[in-house]
Design a protein around this ligand. Structure first.
Ligand SMILES: [Zn+2]
Length: 282
């Protein structure tokens, strides 16, 4: 009998620039009937980013997803399924360059005040377009300041890939409770923050496995076995736009790696639908 594995595909950058025909192909050929978490960018900034076409890199204008009627209609169609989970993926998904370092949206100064307003806009868009949206959030570039994390937890958001305890100290009482619980998880339950894990009872967070880090079948098996044994979800994170890019030092595209990964999981595990609401935290 195959081992059970809770599984979902997480695609991060659905925006004004996502082409509906390509996204449709991605859903029909790859996602099929698996759970899909779609990270939606409401208001993509024209900035140097691989999910933005080159001719828009320096416009510094914002491009609203609602102007792309085709992609909005496709998302509404996907929403008819009961295993489609739209998630807020930042607001304008921009970053600034400071001292030769890229600073993503939610690491910039005063980002939490801006985030508060952005979440109001996002919640309105989600209510207008989806039947029963959950409060899900994927931090742009998988990173976030502690103030933004506090705000998201206060507004009852479930986070994906809020990075580990060592990156940031927490500033509030609940922040310290999360910190202590995480440390105990690491020590007592031997949770590795680089692998899928369930967060503390004070916050809800699901780690994901980036497609680009699956370097071998051995590594894939190791992570999938651990998720299966512990009952953690295996959330495979990727960008639909990167599937047509070549893997480093290879003549194969990422689409091939993705198809191989899914067929390996399908052949070796009984894949169950991930549902962020259904999973209780430890
Ligand atoms: Zn992104």
């Amino acid at each position: 009998m195959k081992k059970k594995l809770i599984f979902a595909i997480r695609d991060d950058d659905v925006s004004y620039f996502t082409k509906a025909n390509e996204y449709n192909y991605f859903c029909e050929k790859i996602v099929k009937s698996f759970s899909l978490i779609a990270g939606i960018i409401l208001n993509q900034k024209g900035c140097p980013s691989l999910n933005v076409p080159l001719q828009y890199w320096y416009t510094d204008l914002n491009y609203e997803i609602k102007e792309n009627i085709k992609i909005c209609n496709l998302l509404k169609d996907l929403d008819k399924r009961n295993n489609f989970f739209p998630a807020v993926h930042g607001y304008d998904h921009n970053f600034i360059i400071k001292k030769n370092k890229l600073i993503p949206e939610l690491r910039q100064k005063n980002s939490s005040a801006k985030l508060n307003k952005n979440l109001d806009d996002a919640e309105k868009f989600f209510r207008d377009n989806f039947k029963n949206p959950l409060r899900l959030f994927i931090p742009p570039s998988n990173t976030i300041s502690s103030n933004c994390a506090e705000l998201l937890f206060k507004r009852k958001y479930t986070l994906f890939n809020y990075p580990g305890v060592f990156r940031q100290s927490r500033k509030s009482f609940s922040g310290y409770k999360i910190l202590i619980q995480r440390l105990l998880n690491i020590i007592l339950k031997r949770i590795d923050l680089q692998k899928p894990y369930c967060e503390t009872k004070y916050s809800k967070c699901f780690n994901s496995v980036p497609l680009t880090t699956i370097s071998s079948k051995k590594k894939l098996k190791f992570i999938a076995d651990e998720c299966s044994i512990k009952g953690y979800p295996f959330i495979l994170s990727l960008h639909q736009w990167e599937l047509s890019c070549y893997q480093p030092y290879s003549s194969k595209k990422f689409e091939e790696l993705l198809l191989d990964t899914i067929s390996y999981l399908n052949a070796n595990y009984e894949l169950l639908d991930f549902n962020p609401e259904a999973l209780t935290m430890n």
